[in-house]
Design a protein around this ligand. Sequence first.
Ligand SMILES: [Zn+2]
Length: 248
Amino acid sequence: MGEVITVTGMVLSAMPVGDYDKRLVLLTKERGKITAFAKGSRRQNSPLLAPSRPFAFGTFSVYEGRTAYTLHSASISQYYETLTTDMEAVTYGFYFLEFADYYGRENIDGGQILNLLYVTLKAIQNNNIANTLVKLIYELRLMVINGEYPQVFECIHCSKKLTSGYFSPVRGGMFCEDCKGFARGGMSTSEATTYAMQYIVAAPLEKLYTFTLTKDVEKELAQRVSNYKKCYVDKEFHTLSVLEAITT
Ligand SMILES: [Zn+2]
């Protein structure tokens, strides 16, 4: 056995292994995305039973082995129980975890993604903001954290400050009226949607989920986020097809 280390993180997925164990994927602040075996965690009296479920957020003590970690103990501060009683919310939650897993790598600083997950899972349980909008905000902000940062404040070509313009996913941002000829596949974008994108890209995390949009603006935003994601994210998410099946 190697040494025991303590990490702060969240369980992104948990797969049964053998008769009583689970293989966990954890996103941690200190070590990025790691795999940890939770031995005996499917036994009813195991102290690892509750911490070995998706969404469990807290501190995990793990032994560092040669190829994987072994979970020793955990202190969970958030289980998101109310999430698991709401079928739609929990499906959104699983999609958020799968998308975070897509970007997770070992030895990255997972802190920013963890903080985003934390506020997003709270927002999805909050009825003041539509789940569909929470999803768009999360998708765009997660891409920003991972370096897919759209330029939505200034025209990419002439640097003029923008309040509306032409959004080009392929070119990675927006163009002004004068430069729209350079915006390959540029989508004419209203002031409200431009402002929403600027807000999502730059707002402090604790204020990220404090606005709502009209249906029309949300639809415009959804088209832009979806096209942007198609350009930069090379994966079909299984949980997204489940989500589409239960919400449409
Ligand atoms: Zn311009």
